[in-house]
Design a protein around this ligand. Structure first.
Ligand code: AMP
Ligand code: GLY
Length: 439
């Protein structure tokens, strides 16, 4: 099947990266995006349909004769946009509403993992402040507390400070900070180790692994500050790629089988947030979509046809031969509003980004930004990502920070330690151990 026209649903950096990669597909499809952002018009045509507007998206697919629709964000998946498109006869890559519960309900995900025998952190659930506080009395720090539902990556606190833990419980269970999503909390066992993101493109029964990545979730250098939607990432992550076969056998296949057995086959991405320790992976969380910002660093590492990969999965027969991994490494850094995530002000300015985007081996993926007086204005927390590719991670990192040094403006900041220092070095050390272990 030749994909002549593909629609990307969403408007963030992940969706820009998808559209950018589709624009480079050997099938040379038309790329549409809904609603998209101003930054995506370099690679896609925008249509003003909201990502939550299932009927509007179906009408758009019909009218434009879209051959493949790819849904980026979790919210439309959780409300069943993929179901509506599929029922209307559209080939759609994205989880059904029932499969999306793997992400939208942490308790459902734990239940599936228990049934499938997948290693994950022990957890207990609380709906009442009293019982949750008593659970913390029994727990040993660091405390890990999570809102049960979707909270935009901000519904998790990992802290050794009891006051902070209590405060988060109160925000969820009495102040209603996350609404319905936070009326139930999980208190979870703390896992030590190296984090890894492994994404699998799934057709319900089978899967194809994409290169593993590391995401930097904390707001500040040195992994300080609150959790964010993601401050940067790099790929590949050999430490996790070396365990790919085991991750497929012990995590991905059992979960796909259990979801199938329950009548919720997952056609879409199974995103595994993993903690790696002693060569073993333990699941922190599942998502049913491409990671953000992992996608921004993983897609530039793929050769071949992403449309062929995703449409084959959507049709129930994923074709692993459609893509292959390019040599080298990518590093991506988020440009965020100065006050992100606690107090986003907006209105900052970015200058020189277009010059960065036009350089070889560099890409700019826009998120909450808009064009303004020849530059870009910041509209929200994460404005844009700058991603560099090079022969290896050290060079990719040097290239991305050199590019950022040429970006001007006001009201924004970046983490200066993505893919560097302690965190990446620890990863490298482990990789060396893995390689020695295999020799
Ligand atoms: P989540 O949204 O569940 O991925 O959690 C956000 C971040 O909190 C993760 O990427 C980890 O850095 C951290 N985290 C979550 N759960 C745990 C855990 N059980 N042990 C240690 N760190 C965790
Ligand atoms: N980067 C984390 C996520 O996409 O949930």
């Amino acid at each position: 099947v030749t994909i002549r026209r593909v629609l990307v649903v969403g408007s963030g950096g992940r969706e820009h990266a998808l559209a950018w990669r589709f624009a480079r597909d050997p099938a040379a499809p038309d790329v549409l995006v809904a609603p998209g952002s101003a930054g995506m018009t370099d690679v896609a045509r925008r249509h003003e349909v909201r990502e939550s507007d299932a009927a509007g998206l179906l009408a758009l697919c019909k009218e434009q004769r879209v051959d493949l629709a790819v849904i980026g964000p979790e919210a439309p998946l959780a409300t069943g946009v993929a179901d509506t498109l599929e029922a209307g006869g559209v080939t759609v890559f994205g989880a059904s509403r029932s499969a999306a519960r793997l992400e939208s309900s942490k308790s459902f995900a734990k239940e599936i993992m228990r049934a499938a025998g997948v290693r994950t952190a022990r957890a207990e659930w609380h709906d009442a402040l009293d019982s949750a506080r008593r659970a913390l009395d029994r727990a040993t720090p660091p405390y890990v507390i999570k809102a049960d539902g979707l909270a935009g990556g901000k519904g998790v606190v990992v802290t050794s400070a009891r006051a902070e833990a209590d405060d988060f419980l109160a925000q969820c269970l009495s102040a209603d900070r996350f609404g319905e999503s936070g009326r139930r909390v999980l208190i979870e066992e703390y896992l030590a180790g190296e984090e890894a993101t492994v994404m699998a493109v799934c057709d319900g029964a089978r899967f194809v692994l994409l290169p593993a990545a590391r995401d930097y979730k904390r707001a500040r250098d040195g992994d300080q500050g609150p959790n964010t939607g993601g401050m940067g990432a790099f790929a590949p992550l050999p430490l996790a790629d070396a365990q790919g076969a085991a991750i497929g056998r012990e995590i991905i296949l059992p979960v796909l089988s259990e979801m199938m057995r329950r009548g919720h086959p997952l056609r879409g991405v199974l995103y595994c947030g993993l903690m790696m320790r002693d060569g073993k992976a333990t699941v922190i969380e599942f998502n049913v979509r491409f990671g953000d910002p992992e996608t921004e660093v993983v897609l530039p590492l793929l050769d071949g046809s992403l449309t062929a990969l995703l449409s084959s999965a959507a049709r129930g027969r994923v074709d692993g031969a459609a893509v292959s991994q390019r040599p080298g490494a990518t590093v991506g850094v988020a440009i965020v509003d100065e006050g992100y995530p606690e107090s986003v002000r907006g209105g900052g300015r970015l200058e020189g980004l277009d010059a960065v985007a036009s350089q070889p081996e560099l890409a700019v993926f826009h998120a909450a930004s808009e064009r303004h007086e020849g530059g870009w204005r910041i509209r929200g927390g994460r404005a844009a990502y700058v991603v560099a590719h090079a022969e290896d991670r050290v060079r990719a990192r040097a290239r991305v920070y050199a590019a950022l040094a040429g970006v001007g403006g006001t009201g924004w900041r970046v983490r200066s330690d993505i893919a560097a220092g302690d965190l990446a070095d620890r990863g490298l050390q482990d990789e060396a151990e893995v390689q020695r272990g295999e020799a």
